[in-house]
Ligand binder design. Structure first.
Ligand SMILES: C[S@@+](CC[C@H](N)C(=O)[O-])C[C@H]1O[C@@H](n2cnc3c(N)ncnc32)[C@H](O)[C@@H]1O
Length: 267
């Protein structure tokens, strides 16, 4: 029986992983290395709609945007929904991402506080936030890193607080490669490793994503009640272009990627 050659990679430690993100953010072409969700009206409208349900007239609200990167559209979206009632914090472990975001925000007069910290070593008090909004920000290559990120972030929510988030799925890439002849080889050459739920990308990037059940059980273990667990299809032109650039496949509007949209409440 012939087998395909397994994809070999060296697991990075947390310091190496942070360095890689720092390099990616320093490269001028943010979108040529990062699958960013935040230039899509589809995604921003979804967050806007879900956040609008949480508005209680004149009640102050504290919001955290972890893994904010250097695209400030999610900060703007939160600000548009809650206005001056919101105290919005955006966090990233990359100094460069924080610097770029803070520069853009400064010109707009928005009250956003930027925090340069890692999810793994947060020095923020438990039960600080009413809402956490995550956009594709739990993306380590290690399962235990991703688990501890979710656990640490959930601790920051107040009881009754809400975690909204778009999470990547390993089955998105599997689905894509099954559906698209140009990507059939992703499964046999190990780019998509279903057993390990890992996706190997160009350069030195590997990411370990959650299956739906793994993520559901993890959220439950961390004390979240999962109100909604949806498939969210990134079906717009902004994504078609990104997918084509990132994965070197012909630009084609016929296919789209998808992720999980989670709406959950802390007990
Ligand atoms: C895929 S990017 C998404 C950025 C942004 N949310 C967007 O959609 O444009 C993931 C972001 O998470 C940040 N990140 C990854 N691991 C982190 C960690 N342990 N602590 C803080 N930020 C982290 C990266 O620096 C990067 O900016």
């Amino acid at each position: 029986m012939s087998g395909s050659t397994p994809y070999v990679f060296m697991m990075k430690n947390r310091i190496e992983e942070k360095q890689l993100w720092e390099e990616i953010h320093k490269e001028s072409g943010y979108s040529s290395r990062i699958f960013s969700l935040l230039d899509s009206d589809l995604v921003l409208n979804k967050f806007r709609m879900e956040l609008s349900r949480l508005v209680v007239e004149s009640r102050p609200i504290r919001i955290l945007i972890p893994g904010c990167g250097s695209n400030i559209n999610l900060q703007k979206c939160c600000y548009n929904v809650f206005g001056d009632n919101a105290q919005i914090d955006a966090l990233d472990w990359s100094e460069e991402a924080i610097k770029l975001s803070a520069q853009q925000t400064a010109g707009l007069g928005l009250r956003i506080t930027y925090i340069n910290q890692s999810y793994y070593e947060l020095s923020i008090d438990d039960s600080t936030y009413d809402v956490i909004v995550l956009a594709n920000a739990i993306v380590s290559e290690s399962e235990s890193n991703n688990e501890s990120a979710v656990k640490n972030l959930t601790r920051l929510l107040k009881p009754g607080g809400v975690l909204l988030g778009l999470f990547p799925s390993p089955f998105n890439m599997l689905d894509y490669s099954l559906t698209n002849p140009d990507a059939h080889h992703w499964i046999c050459d190990g780019k998509v490793d279903v057993n390990k739920r890992q996706i190997h990308e160009d350069g030195d990037t590997t990411q370990r994503f959650f299956s739906p059940l793994e993520l559901y059980m993890l959220l439950k273990r961390t004390g979240l009640y999962v109100k909604a667990f949806e498939l969210f299809f990134y079906d717009d032109e902004a994504f078609a272009r990104q997918i084509s650039e990132l994965y070197h496949i012909p630009y084609n509007n016929e296919y789209c990627f998808w992720g999980y949209f989670i709406n959950s409440i802390k007990h």
